[in-house]
Design a protein around this ligand. Structure first.
Ligand code: ADP
Ligand code: ASP
Ligand code: MG
Length: 487
């Protein structure tokens, strides 16, 4: 029987994609086209744009009882989509009323007890995806697609890797992507098209956890792994991974194909289009990732798969990661001293801080921390500073950005860096690091210099680059005038 071995694919739609009624027409078309092509799609989607951030603000404002306005704004965003989809007030109330009331009760609870634990923060954040998927499911049903809404917490259980903070276990949880025959069988028996929330899972104790900002990509990847999907489609607001963020560099070129390692490096060095954690889940299994844009559904986009475009040294992208904090450790005693690095790194470990980049000299070790990835809470940096002060002189430099040249065999390209190095003349370079993997070369500069540096490096190192198999049209060519170029 055909449904005994369904050809699963996972379709993930991001915040911008699910926020307008017009995009839901495109989403319905994509789902229909995949069913017609013989696939069984599982739909995973994000909260409406701005809602997760709104929920973060809601949570912190509740502590000072200043949350009413943010609550109304979150409500209005859902109301406006519901109205655009043609729902009456009553229909919209039937779809999201119960969740909205539960959210309100939870926020009032935070205000009352004046306490916000990571556990409660995770519960609050999960409401964005929850409410959005209620509207999404209803919208597809009205378009004639039989949808079964599923609670993501019944599909994904987090695993305790035992190496993070308590906050990370609730707010940056990780799950397993190994083939799951029980889940595959359960979803295989459903009559309709399953649709669920990104970003959300449950822990072993049954509590709600979230997968870190941008984590709907990761949820979709875990599910693609569990279902042994034929591929994962990430639908966002740009048609693929580009040689730089097209919002910063309009001449950025579409990267038509990438292997997992390169895509991983582009994602890890800051290109938001794919969450870095979503790639390892699929890389081991060889499940391809296709990136598409809901705004330009006909553009082919990027395909990430095993062994794509093997070849000589080639620069693929200029990435940028903001909100970087540098910790510089100065000590005269370090030269030839045994164990200084071990002591310093142990201090970061005890404070639950993960280090990104490291650069060392005889008297100085400088490391970078990614503020977002570390969920830096007030007090965490002070704690590490106190501990380190016992063994060296510590300076903390805030608001930095890491700008990376990413590609294969970067060392082989260093000779071409000559003219580009002149760009660094007026820059204050805090740290320079060449990845041991030979896939990136990164400089850390002041955050306000980063976009300019990305544009200049892109113009010098990538603009006219290589083979049409890999480098597709530029963002400008794809959609002239679509983005505000003034930024
Ligand atoms: P979604 O809400 O669909 O998950 P995101 O906002 O997380 O979408 O990611 C898409 C955004 O990633 C784009 O709007 C773009 O500005 C940004 N971006 C950053 N670097 C890149 C890059 N190298 N290629 C494409 N997009 C990038
Ligand atoms: N809604 C979540 C966020 O904004 C997850 C996601 O969209 O990927 O971070
Ligand atoms: Mg995203």
């Amino acid at each position: 029987m055909a449904h005994e071995h369904p050809r699963w694919i996972v379709l993930k739609f991001g915040g911008t994609s699910v926020s307008s009624a017009a995009n839901w027409v495109t989403i319905a078309n994509v789902v229909r086209a995949r069913i017609a092509a013989g696939y069984r799609p599982l739909i995973v989607h994000s909260a409406l744009s701005g809602v997760t951030q709104g929920l973060e603000t809601l949570a912190s404002r509740a502590l000072t009882r200043e949350h009413a306005e943010v609550f109304s704004d979150i409500e209005a965003r859902h109301q406006s989509l519901a109205a655009g989809l043609g729902f009456t007030r009553d229909e919209s109330e039937a779809a999201i009323g119960p969740d909205r009331r539960e959210l309100r009760a939870l926020v009032e609870g935070v205000a009352l007890v004046n306490e916000l634990t990571p556990r409660t923060r995770a519960r609050l954040l999960a409401f964005g995806e929850r409410m959005a998927t209620r509207l999404g499911a209803e919208s597809l049903r009205r378009a004639g697609i039989p949808v079964t809404w599923l609670d993501a917490r019944d599909l994904l259980t987090s695993v305790d890797r035992g190496n993070g903070s308590e906050a990370a276990a609730y707010l940056s949880a990780e799950c397993d992507a190994a083939a799951d025959s029980a889940l595959t069988a359960r979803l295989g028996q459903l009559a309709g098209v399953p649709l669920t929330q990104g970003f959300t899972a449950r822990n072993a104790a049954g509590e709600t956890v979230v997968l870190g900002r941008g984590g709907s990509d990761t949820a979709a990847a875990y599910l693609a792994g569990k279902l042994s999907a034929e591929h994962l489609e990430i639908w966002t607001d740009v048609p693929g991974m580009f040689t730089a963020d097209p919002r910063v560099v309009p001449s950025a070129r579409l990267l038509r194909q990438l292997d997992y390692r390169e895509a991983q490096e582009i994602a890890t060095t800051g290109s938001k289009v794919l969450h870095p954690r979503c790639i390892p889940a699929l890389r081991e299994r060889g499940i391809p990732i296709h990136v598409h844009s809901t705004a330009m559904p006909d553009v082919e986009g990027t395909v990430i798969r095993r062994g794509a475009a093997e070849g000589p040294a080639q620069l693929k992208a200029i990435s940028c990661k903001k909100s970087i904090v540098l910790v510089s450790m100065e000590t005269v005693g370090m030269w030839q001293e045994v164990g200084f690095l071990a002591k310093a790194f142990a201090a970061f470990g005890r404070c639950g801080l993960s280090i990104d980049l490291v650069s060392t000299s005889e008297t100085n070790v400088t490391v970078s921390l990614d503020e977002e990835a570390n969920l830096l809470e007030a007090g965490m940096l002070e704690r590490v500073e106190d501990e380190l002060s016992k063994i060296c002189r510590v300076t903390i430099i805030h608001t930095c950005a890491a700008v990376s040249l990413v590609g294969r065999r970067i060392r082989g390209l260093l000779y071409r860096l000559g003219p580009a190095l002149q760009l660094f003349e007026q820059q204050r370079i805090h740290l320079l690091s060449q990845a041991a993997s030979d896939l990136n070369l990164t400089v850390v500069v002041d955050e306000d210099q980063a976009d300019k540096l990305v544009r200049l490096l892109h113009a010098q190192m990538i603009a006219q680059a290589g083979s049409p198999d890999v480098f597709g049209p530029s963002w400008e060519e794809l959609q002239p005038g679509a983005l505000d170029h003034s930024t």
